[in-house]
Write a protein that binds this ligand. Structure first.
Ligand code: DX5
Ligand code: ZN
Length: 223
């Protein structure tokens, strides 16, 4: 590894079996994954609807892990405080989803959660630069948000490297998370590119042994 940062895996509950939500959450709770990724979709910002507050509460009740909430909703400023009340430790909203980025950051911060901002594949990393001093995490989307199980968009790792350079040049302490098409096969290269947190939905939940898949991602080398 070119850096000795901590590696984190954040399994995406979007790929869990919703008929056995407690069972699947407890599996993640036992696993080596430190975070749990929660994808909230409104059918407007993305062409799909997932789940909201009651489901987040149910998942939060079944695990001690860090709740990593990814909002794919328009006007996130209307809802961020309720997501913190429902159990979010980190609330990440999309830069493209609001006209009030500063307001969103302030609301999340005042609610006591960590602040994340996400960018879609077509949004350049330069768009996020001015916000870096105020936030805890950047979530780089490596698929078009809306669905699990898509293929990793090539070029996403280069965005991560550019972002890592930007963060280091400014001497900031901002985590980089990547989401979409991530598995043990590209995990090593993504940590190497500068990611701290890897989100994985289908790679974890469709694996014959999900806990082993999480360990393989954490241990992955570049080749
Ligand atoms: C997509 C979501 C992802 C999704 C990832 O919009 O943000 O978190 O669950 O799924 P995989 O890992 O299957 O690409
Ligand atoms: Zn996500």
């Amino acid at each position: 590894m070119s850096n000795n940062k901590k590696r984190i895996v954040s399994p995406s509950m979007l790929s869990a079996d919703f008929g056995h939500l407690e069972r699947d959450t407890r599996m993640i709770d036992r696993s080596a994954a430190e975070w749990v990724h929660i994808d909230v979709m409104d059918g407007v910002f993305v062409p799909n609807i997932s789940f909201g507050f009651p489901v987040l509460k149910a998942i939060t009740a079944a695990t001690q892990k860090f709740m990593d909430v990814h909002l794919m909703i328009v006007e996130p400023e209307k809802y961020v405080e309720r997501f913190v009340q429902a159990g979010a430790d980190l609330v990440t909203f999309h830069l493209e989803a609001t006209k009030d980025v500063q307001g969103c950051i302030d609301l999340i911060r005042r609610s006591g959660a960590k602040v994340g901002v996400s960018i879609k594949p077509a949004t350049p990393v330069e768009a996020i630069e001015e916000w870096l001093p105020q936030i805890d995490l950047v979530l780089v989307m490596s698929v078009e948000p809306g669905f699990g199980g898509q293929s990793f968009i090539e070029g996403s790792a280069e965005k991560v490297s550019a972002l890592r350079g930007m963060i280091e040049r400014r001497g900031l302490d901002v985590l980089i998370e990547i989401d979409g098409g991530v598995s043990r096969h590209n995990a090593g290269a993504l940590y190497e590119a500068g990611c701290d947190v890897l989100v994985a939905g289908s790679a974890v939940f469709k694996a014959p042994d999900p806990e082993e898949e999480i360990l393989a991602m954490l241990d992955a080398s570049t080749n």
